[in-house]
Design a protein around this ligand. Structure first.
Ligand SMILES: [Zn+2]
Length: 417
């Protein structure tokens, strides 16, 4: 087993990873010329010097470092002289600080890196959309050293996974613990939106309202089947994938507390977790982390810095976002009853259905497999659910109607506005 682990740039994470089969850490700067798959507010604020130091520390511990350049859209800036200068400057730096590999989503980025920096290994991101044999072969023919399969499309398609593994020689990585929705219709919009959030040249300068994230988390809270009809691989189910020839697994999430990250690394290394599956797959809503932890000390200012831009949207309309961040445990640890609990033990046997059956042309309403497991495994605190869904309703009303961007007296009815 090899684990590629998201880093929060805490030196302690490197030290603790030494005890596990962690072969690589991955991460990036909050913003750079290329961008990636997370918004700056989700990433640790590190300088180039701090990132380089972290890479050196990891290398000294025998752990490689993968720098993410996996934005799904570069806005065509990459075909301009200015864009090329910025890409060269970033890659010059990356290639001198001990980074062993980079992850890209663009075939042009793959080939320009292979041409200009042949010492760098290039991995294809989940955003490369690899979900079938031919696409995997094509990326390999284009020069990929490793491909990460599109987890929301293939993580539960075991027969397809077996065929892809046999069809290519390059290394293949599986994303183990993301919790996007299976076959999500929002995925293309979301990856492109995230790509632009972290591009240093982008006009929004980090400003971002993540409509897809809001919609996805609302859907899950409203109907628990969405927690199950997802892409995650439980630690207990790794052997199924190992039997198909997969041994490299990617563990998210970046910039969460080291304690939470190591709980994930330990669970996947031991192929077992007794507890709330959300501890492994969700990027917020932690329990058992101290209030004064570095992670929470960044405070609400951390979020407001990215969303309060009076010139771009009405700050008053942003207040529900702040309430939502509190309700969902993004700004402080959760106490008492958890809003959502997924009993991982109740999911034993969940993968049986997928051993010989695809989901691609199946209507979930006819199958009901995930619904039945959701009923067994997911517990939602009804009072919190109701209060939180009301905030989502308020937010979507202002986003979908456009009032998020209007300045007018909310008490005055004016049909012309
Ligand atoms: Zn774009």
């Amino acid at each position: 087993m090899r684990l590629s682990v998201a880093t929060n740039f805490d030196p302690e994470l490197v030290e603790q990873c030494r005890d596990y089969p962690v072969t690589e850490l991955f991460g990036k700067l909050q913003t750079d010329a290329v961008g990636g798959g997370r918004a700056p507010y989700q990433l640790a604020k590190v300088s180039r010097r701090q990132l380089a130091k972290h890479v050196a520390h990891a290398r000294q511990a025998g752990i490689a470092f993968n720098y993410l350049l996996n934005s799904s859209c570069q806005g065509n800036r990459e075909i301009t002289r200015k864009g090329q200068q910025e890409i060269n400057e970033l890659l010059d730096w990356i290639s001198t600080i001990g980074v062993t590999a980079v992850t890209v989503a663009s075939p042009f980025m793959l080939q320009l890196i292979k041409d200009r920096y042949p010492q760098l290994k290039v991995r294809i991101s989940v955003f490369g959309g690899i979900d079938r044999v031919r696409k995997a072969q094509m990326w390999e023919e284009l020069g990929a050293d490793c491909i990460v399969l599109d987890s929301i499309l293939v993580n539960r398609e075991l027969e397809t996974l077996a065929k892809i593994r046999k069809a290519v020689k390059c290394d293949i990585e599986l994303m183990a613990n993301n919790n996007c929705l299976t076959g999500c219709a929002m995925s293309p919009m979301h990856m492109n939106a995230l790509a632009h959030t972290g591009q240093s040249w982008h006009a929004n300068k980090g400003f971002f309202i993540d409509w897809c994230f809001l919609k996805c988390t609302e859907m899950k809270l409203r109907d628990p089947v969405h927690y199950i009809r997802s892409e995650w691989i439980r630690p207990e189910d790794l052997p199924l994938y190992e039997d198909l020839g997969y041994d490299l697994f990617k563990i998210a999430e970046r910039d969460i507390p080291t304690e939470m990250m190591m709980r994930r690394v330990k669970a996947y290394s031991e192929r077992r977790y007794d507890g709330n599956l959300l501890d492994l797959i969700q990027a917020y809503g932690f329990k058992g982390i101290k209030e004064d932890h570095r992670y929470y000390r960044r405070g609400l200012g951390w979020l407001l810095r990215f969303v309060l831009r009076p010139g771009l949207a009405n700050p008053f309309r942003m207040l529900p976002l702040k309430r939502l961040a509190e309700l969902r445990g993004m700004t402080r640890p959760l106490h008492g009853n958890l809003p959502v609990y997924i009993d991982n033990r109740a999911l034993d046997g969940f993968m049986e259905r997928f051993k010989n059956n695809s989901c691609i042309d199946v209507d979930c309403e006819d199958c009901r497999w995930c619904h039945d497991f959701a009923a067994k495994a997911v517990t939602i605190d009804a009072a919190r659910q109701e209060a939180t869904l009301a905030v989502y309703d308020e937010l979507f009303a202002s986003l979908n109607s456009g009032s998020m961007w209007r300045y007018r007296n909310p008490h005055k009815t004016d049909s012309t506005d």
